[in-house]
Design a protein around this ligand. Structure first.
Ligand code: FPP
Length: 232
């Protein structure tokens, strides 16, 4: 998929999906973990280069402690179950977000997955964990200011210069962003990066967002006329 290199997903609706079935919210997250695997495998098979998934935002710390603790267990559940398959599929794990505030054992598991897959050359599965766009831009500005003071950067930079300070600096532009479960908002996800990204807000809650549906939406994307503000 030449025109579709980088897809970002806001995996919303786990809680509502579980509640509708009379299950605890955490059960929705548990099923959601398996779906990260299903969509990642599909995306890799389709030749997508990067799949960025919003797993935990800087705002998610406001949830009840019990739910935050459970969300922090998801990387362990995911990598215990799927690391072997990720290696077989040559998928590389990356992360955007700040590792520092993540509980030590979770951070260790994430770092181990990043290190173990570092030489894989297939799709990048990029977890946004403790990620928020405002925080990312503030960190970028602070880093840039420091570089100016230390004569490592010039006082005037352009957009490309600024992008080097973002957590996505080594990734291709986001072509398509999908949010599941009906809400139409961006929730502090990749705000700078989505200036010309195609957006899709789809009704399925994340646990019901199947690989077939994902592929269908990717084909819908190919039909869109992207003009980047120009004329064609
Ligand atoms: C939003 O749904 C979802 C999250 C805050 C967490 C999403 C995480 C996963 C799907 C799994 C991540 C996997 C790994 C390996 C880290 P919600 O709970 O806000 O749903 P609601 O809007 O229905 O309440």
């Amino acid at each position: 998929m030449e025109q579709l290199q980088h897809v970002a997903i806001i995996m919303d609706g786990n809680g509502r999906w579980a509640k509708a079935k009379g299950l605890p919210r955490t059960q929705g997250h548990f099923v959601g973990v398996d779906n990260v695997r299903n969509i990642a495998i599909k995306a890799n098979d389709m030749g997508i280069k990067v799949l960025t998934v919003y797993a935990f935002s800087t705002e998610n710390w406001k949830r009840p402690l019990e739910e935050v603790s459970y969300l922090m267990k998801l990387p362990a559940i995911f990598f215990d179950k799927f690391m072997k398959e990720l290696m077989e599929k040559n998928i590389r794990i990356k992360m955007i977000g700040e590792m520092e505030q993540i509980p030590k054992d979770t951070a260790k598991i994430l770092q181990r997955a990043i290190d173990k897959t570092a030489n894989n050359t297939g799709m990048i599965l990029n977890f946004a964990m403790n990620y928020g766009s405002h925080r990312e831009m503030i960190l970028a500005i602070n880093h840039y200011a420091k570089d100016v003071l230390e004569n490592k950067a010039s006082l005037n930079i352009d957009e490309k210069g600024f992008e080097k300070y973002l957590m996505t600096s080594d990734l291709p532009p986001v072509d398509l962003m999908i949010r599941t479960s009906g809400e139409q908002r961006i929730s502090n996800f990749l705000l700078w990066q989505i200036a010309y990204t195609e957006l899709m807000f789809v009704d399925e809650p994340w646990p019901e967002f199947t690989p077939e549906k994902f592929e269908g939406y990717c084909h819908d994307f190919l039909k869109r006329d992207r003009r980047y503000g120009g004329l064609k």
